[in-house]
Design a binder for this molecule. Structure first.
Ligand code: AVJ
Length: 338
């Protein structure tokens, strides 16, 4: 793939590499048009995360029903020394795909002593340059010896821009669950392809559990998730000059047993139409019709292991909470010398 890299910032301990091309915006437009002209209309989940959506997502993480973040943070705290033993004695990059806030990476960094901290470089990868820049500034301030290489990229498409040296790649939050099966496998294959035999890949997975718990996590009593879901239309209105009537839609989140996933939809409560001016696209929804905005795959260990095998990855360690609700899996490239 043709990727023009731009070193847009370089000041001391922070470098930012911008891999987003103009043709990315064409690619984004294509994705939206394709999704919105299917029988089951759908939108790419990445459009949740404008500034407002990112703020709403941080609020979701603090909701009592949304156990995912809390549980993953607890697992990270408990196992950070084991995880970061990856860097014992050896220099390397700590890569975080979809970096967002610094909460998780700080737990990992705090498990290192000063000497080891100087041996690593933090490599956040995110599509939002402003979010990445702000988060990086905070880390530079907190960790006075840390070097950061920020990469502005869509990690589902630009994995080949990761630095070639020794690295621990992290992909947390069960964000992998947002990718439909074929894309999920392709993504895992892509990670395996950019890994050296001694690299590590730490993957966060939300595990299958009772449908009541799963549905509650996406239907919180304060309505924050509903607001988050509707914000995707707000973002299209702002970013693509669209005119969706947000009040015509209601939030819906259901566990689909056969697919072992929660699906979030926006359901039109009456017939409604909108024009997405920048994409030259008109969209109409019948009353009761839904736009699927997100899928959140829930994993059994066996199902995850099948994916790993297909992708050429090998699980070498599972870290989980006492109830087994969430897992962090340490992976290696299959077929290596260990
Ligand atoms: C952080 C993307 C994994 O799927 O659970 C939270 C996003 N969506 N509430 C998830 C989300 C609805 C979250 N991910």
């Amino acid at each position: 793939m043709n990727t023009r890299k731009q070193l847009s910032q370089q000041n001391g301990r922070l470098q930012i590499l911008n891999c987003l091309l103009e043709d990315d915006s064409q690619e984004s437009s294509r994705e939206i048009v394709e999704g919105m002209t299917q029988r089951q209309k759908r939108l790419p989940s990445k459009y949740f995360y404008d500034a407002n959506g990112s703020w709403l997502f941080e609020r979701i993480c603090d909701l009592p029903e949304y156990y995912l973040t809390r549980t993953e943070l607890a697992i990270l705290k408990e196992n950070a020394p084991d995880i970061m033993a990856f860097f014992a004695g050896d220099f390397g990059d700590l890569v975080e795909l979809g970096s967002g806030s610094n909460r998780k990476i700080k737990i990992l960094l705090d498990a290192l002593d000063g000497a080891d901290l100087r041996k690593i470089r933090y490599v956040p990868v995110d599509i939002s340059e402003s979010a990445l820049y702000e988060a990086s500034q905070e880390l530079l301030y907190t960790y006075s010896d840390l070097d950061i290489l920020g990469i502005i990229a869509d990690f589902t498409r630009h994995l080949e821009v990761l630095p070639p040296g020794r690295k621990l790649i992290t992909f947390l939050g069960s964000t992998i669950g947002n990718l439909p099966s074929p894309e999920r496998i392709a993504f895992l294959r892509g990670v395996a392809r950019v890994m050296n035999p001694k690299d590590g890949f730490l993957l966060g997975l939300d595990m299958l559990k009772s449908p009541d718990l799963l549905e509650a996590a996406y239907n919180d009593s304060q309505g924050v998730t509903a607001e988050f879901n509707k914000n995707i239309l707000g973002n299209l209105n702002r970013s693509f000059s669209a005119d969706f009537t947000i009040a015509d839609f209601e939030h819906q989140a259901v566990f689909v047993k056969e697919k072992e996933r929660v699906e979030m939809h926006l359901r039109a409560t009456r017939e409604t139409s909108a024009r997405i001016a920048d994409l030259d696209l008109s969209v109409s929804c019948r009353g009761g019709e839904t736009i699927r905005t997100e899928i959140c795959k829930k994993f059994s260990r066996a199902a995850a292991q099948r994916d790993f095998k297909t992708a050429g990855l090998l699980d070498t360690g599972w870290f989980t909470d006492p109830l087994g609700w969430f897992s962090l899996v340490m992976l290696r490239k299959a077929g290596g010398p260990w």
